[in-house]
Design a protein around this ligand. Structure first.
Ligand SMILES: Nc1ncnc2c1ncn2[C@@H]1O[C@H](COP(=O)(O)OP(=O)(O)OP(=O)(O)O)[C@@H](O)[C@H]1O
Ligand SMILES: [Mg+2]
Length: 269
């Protein structure tokens, strides 16, 4: 078990993730330019650097059972990505704690962590090592992952800096969903690539969701949340406003956004 806070605590067997009173703040330096002149002028006035604190997640408590597929919806800036980064162990809690039980694979921002100078194939290997897989496990999967990404002839062995955005996201998505993680975190990753790849990745998601894996999906595509998830939560200004059946939560969220029931409103909000 991995605990992302200093205080370790024991997670009941049936839980994949336990979040207790989690708050995360960012401290932002308000000073527009970090110049020597500004620093000297500030010092001469006896001022400190001005900072502003943004509370991105506020006092969140949530248990996620093994095997559940949880959709997280909410407006831009609601704290969704912050929460995902924190569960992934990239961002420590400011207060509160998180415990995770299992191997995590994340697709937080597409391809973050890819080495630009290395080929797609080498990045797949690196991704596997980062996800805690053994070299033998990775070797047995690399071809399947490369095939899933289905890049144009030869590109899988070219440096990723030569890839188009879509090619890049195809490889990133393939790595994340084919690493056989216990816990999969996807932050706005459902719409990677072109129509053909979208269809394929959605099918793969359906398959993963049907297996006994724990999956957290942040998405503005509410119809996908309704179809894939068995539970949803609505984050608003860092707080959980509601949680429950995906259809109920997305409906409440849509009402709040006041965009009605147009089919398009379920697609990208
Ligand atoms: N690295 C950072 N430094 C400072 N503030 C940040 C940072 N990342 C996020 N924030 C702030 O934290 C709050 C939550 O941001 P977050 O990225 O978690 O929102 P989100 O729900 O993922 O939004 P979106 O739907 O736009 O992706 C916002 O007010 C944002 O400005
Ligand atoms: Mg985000």
């Amino acid at each position: 078990m991995q605990s992302t806070s200093n205080q370790k605590f024991v997670l009941p067997e049936n839980l994949a993730i336990r979040i207790e009173n989690l708050s995360i703040s960012y401290k932002i330096n308000v000073e527009s330019k970090k110049t020597l002149k500004n620093a000297l002028m500030r010092a001469s006035r006896g001022e400190r650097i001005r900072t502003r604190t943004v509370e991105a997640v506020k006092n969140l408590t949530l248990d996620i059972a093994h095997g559940s597929v949880v959709g997280i919806v909410g407006a831009n800036g609601a704290g969704k990505s912050t929460l995902m980064r924190s569960i992934a162990g990239i961002l420590p809690p400011t207060t509160g704690r998180i415990a995770v039980n299992g191997r995590i694979s994340t697709l937080l921002a597409l391809g973050v962590g890819f080495n630009q100078a290395l080929s797609g194939r080498d990045n797949i290997i690196l991704g596997g090592l980062a996800a805690g897989m053994s070299r033998a496990e990775i070797d047995s999967q690399t071809d399947a992952i490369a095939q899933f990404a289905d890049l144009p002839e030869g590109f899988i062995d070219m440096p990723v800096r030569t890839y188009s955005n879509g090619m890049y996201s195809r490889v990133a998505f393939s790595v994340a969903v084919n690493m056989t993680p216990d816990i999969l975190l996807l932050d706005e990753a459902l719409s990677a690539g072109d129509a053909a790849f979208k269809e394929k990745s959605f099918n793969r998601m359906r398959q993963l969701c049907a297996e006994a894996r724990t999956i957290l999906i942040v998405s503005h595509a509410l119809s996908s949340v309704n179809e894939l998830c068995d539970q949803a939560i609505w984050l608003h200004k860092g707080q959980m406003l509601a949680s429950g059946k995906p259809e109920d939560i997305t409906e409440q969220y849509l009402k709040f956004l006041n965009v009605g029931k147009l089919p398009s409103s379920y697609e990208d909000l």
